[in-house]
Design a protein around this ligand. Structure first.
Ligand code: MN3
Length: 196
C-alpha cells in the first residue's frame, strides 16, 4: 500500500509564493487521491509487488492507463514536493551549476528553457530537467498530464507541476508568473544537486 509522504516543511512555509490553501488541497487532496486510486487499482494484481518505478514502466508498456496515470502522478508529486523549500532559489551548488553551464551554454539559458517548457505545455502537465544517463547530458522536456520522463529512459531531477490546481488559487491564469516564482524562490537546489 502506498502512502502520502509527509512534506519536509509546514503547509504555510512556502507562502506567499505557494499558499497554505494551495498546499492543503494539492498535497492533502489531489496527491492523496492519486495514491488512493493507485492502491485500489493494483489490489490483488501482479502490480502489487512492484516498486513504484516498475509499476510506471510496466503499466506504460501494457497500456494500463488508469494505473499508469495514478502511479506516475504519485511519483511526480513525490519529486515536486522535494524540489521545493522555504526561501529556495538562489545559489546553485557548483557541481550542478557547472553541469548546467556545460549542457545549456549558461544558467540563464537553462532558466529560460525550463520556464518556457512549462509555459508552452498545452493544458495539464509538467516541465522537467532530466539526465540522459547514456549520454550524460541534462535536458529540459515537457509532458502532458501524468507522463514522466522515466518511460523515455531519462532520470528526472527537477519537475514543476503546471496543472491548474498547482497555481490557480495563487496566480489565477498567470502560469508564467507561477513558473518564474517557482524557479527563483522555491527550488531546493541542494536536493536537485544530490540527485545528479
Ligand atoms: Mn498536481
Amino acid at each position: 500500500m502506498f502512502e502520502l509522504p509527509k512534506l519536509d516543511y509546514a503547509n504555510s512555509a512556502l507562502s506567499p509564493i505557494m499558499s497554505e490553501q494551495t498546499l492543503d488541497l494539492h498535497h492533502g487532496k489531489h496527491h492523496q487521491t492519486y495514491i488512493t486510486n493507485l492502491n485500489n487499482l493494483i489490489k490483488g494484481s501482479d502490480y502489487e509487488k512492484l516498486s513504484l518505478e516498475d509499476i510506471i514502466k510496466k503499466s506504460s508498456i501494457e497500456k494500463k492507463i488508469g494505473i499508469f496515470n495514478n502511479a506516475s502522478q504519485h511519483w511526480n508529486h513525490n519529486l515536486f514536493w522535494k524540489c521545493m523549500k522555504p526561501n529556495g532559489g538562489g545559489n546553485v551548488p557548483s557541481k550542478l551549476e557547472n553541469k548546467i553551464k556545460k549542457d545549456f551554454g549558461s544558467f540563464e539559458k537553462f532558466r529560460e528553457e525550463f520556464i518556457n517548457a512549462g509555459v508552452t505545455q498545452f493544458g495539464s502537465g509538467w516541465c522537467w530537467l532530466s539526465l540522459k544517463e547514456k549520454e550524460d547530458k541534462l535536458v529540459v522536456t515537457k509532458s502532458p498530464n501524468a507522463e514522466n520522463p522515466i518511460i523515455h529512459n531519462m532520470k528526472p531531477i527537477l519537475g514543476c507541476d503546471v496543472w491548474e490546481h498547482s497555481y490557480y488559487l495563487d496566480y489565477r491564469n498567470k502560469r508564467p508568473a507561477y513558473l518564474e516564482n517557482f524557479f527563483d524562490k522555491l527550488i531546493n537546489w541542494e536536493y536537485i544537486d544530490s540527485l545528479l
